[in-house]
Design a protein around this ligand. Structure first.
Ligand code: SF4
Ligand code: SF4
Length: 349
């Protein structure tokens, strides 16, 4: 199980697509439950991964330090805006295996979305964490101002990140013309990124572009039968008020509450509307939150499905070439295996 631990609802930034801190009554800024119950639950799970989440999780470093000193798990990570990382010394970072740092591309686009000076701080943080050999994942938000090829390649060319992942700024933000963006920039950019991926594969190198790895992993290993992030099945969030949630961001929605810490909790079933979609094995329903809330209505949901299907088509259209490389032993098929719940990623942008 992936345990996402919300350390606080407070954030020190106010990014465009997010809106900053959660309301304190929904996501308290301090932990309101008995931590021993949480430690007992996690340590009894032999397959546990823990990821700290917020708000900005580093705004409650005491909780993280105390948890890390008592946890006995296979993997510990954090999703951070990466602006406070350098305030904490190596001792703090020792227990961590990986960190997801928010970065949208170059300085221009990152600072436009996240605030002046943020890009430089994230790069400094990435260099700092690299000194301690932490696995780094760039976590991008793709908006109408993005250029998917330019921005992903910028991050790859930094040579600081082990993996790059992105999410489209859709459904949870105000409606914009994502189909136009998809036709003019996003889908052609995905094709160019896939060219780059395959060209590297010809030399036996896997570029760890998470959406591609996730789709290829479904193709080569096991198809998805649930939302890839696992929310409500193989991933649960412990909110700072002690509620157990399926998805960490749906903090006021009743359908998202699975139970509370110290008691039995329920799980969520698969997305019924998606079960007959021919892309379900590669998409898994994409995102529980979007599936349930549909802020952009049914048409908006369908627009995003269109982009998802095209993305899957582009990735799988190269499978014959990849099969050939595997048969020739230029590529090791096992290197294409990817489990998003090990990294707290989502696969389908
Ligand atoms: S493409 Fe749309 S309908 Fe198909 S599985 Fe994904 S979310 Fe469901
Ligand atoms: S993909 Fe959707 S359901 Fe899963 S964690 Fe992200 S927002 Fe929540």
């Amino acid at each position: 199980m992936l345990y996402i631990l919300t350390t606080t609802g407070k954030c020190n930034l106010n990014c465009k697509y997010c809106g900053g801190s959660f309301p304190e009554n929904l996501v308290p800024y301090r932990i309101k439950y008995n931590m021993d119950l949480l430690i007992g639950m996690i340590n009894s799970d032999k397959n546990a991964t823990v990821v700290y989440y917020g708000g900005e999780p580093l705004m409650n470093k005491k909780f993280i330090e105390e948890m890390n000193s008592k946890l006995n798990v296979k993997r510990i990570g954090i999703q951070t805006n990466a602006t406070l990382v350098k305030n904490l010394d190596e001792k703090f970072w020792n227990p961590f295996n990986f960190a997801l740092l928010s970065l949208d591309g170059d300085e221009n686009i990152t600072d436009k979305n996240r605030g002046n000076g943020v890009y430089k701080k994230v790069i400094e943080s990435a260099m700092y964490l690299k000194n301690f050999n932490k696995e780094l994942i760039a976590r991008m938000a793709i908006t109408k101002d993005s250029d998917i090829y330019r921005d992903v390649m910028h991050i790859i060319n930094l040579n600081l990140f082990d993996k790059v992942h992105w999410q489209l700024d859709v459904i949870w933000d105000e409606r914009w013309d994502v189909l136009k963006f998809a036709e003019e920039n996003y889908l052609p950019g995905i094709e160019k990124l896939m060219d780059f991926f395959v060209n590297n594969a010809r030399n036996g190198k896997i570029i760890k572009i998470v959406p591609f790895l996730g789709i290829l992993s479904a193709y080569y290993f096991k198809k998805f039968d649930y939302y890839p992030c696992g929310a409500g099945k193989s991933s649960i969030t412990i909110n700072s008020d002690g509620r157990i949630l399926a998805c960490p961001i749906a903090v006021s929605e009743e359908w998202n509450v699975l139970g509370e810490i110290g008691k039995n909790y329920k799980l969520i079933g698969p997305p019924e509307d998606c079960l007959y979609c021919p892309y379900f094995g590669y998409c898994g329903g994409r995102c529980l939150f979007s599936y349930k809330e549909r802020y952009w209505g049914q048409n908006g949901f369908k627009d995003v499905c269109y982009i998802t299907k095209k993305t899957i088509d582009i990735v799988l259209s190269r499978s014959e070439e990849l099969n050939d490389l595997i048969n020739k032993k230029i590529l090791n098929k096992n290197d294409l295996y990817y489990d998003p719940t090990e990294d707290s990623t989502e696969i389908i942008p």
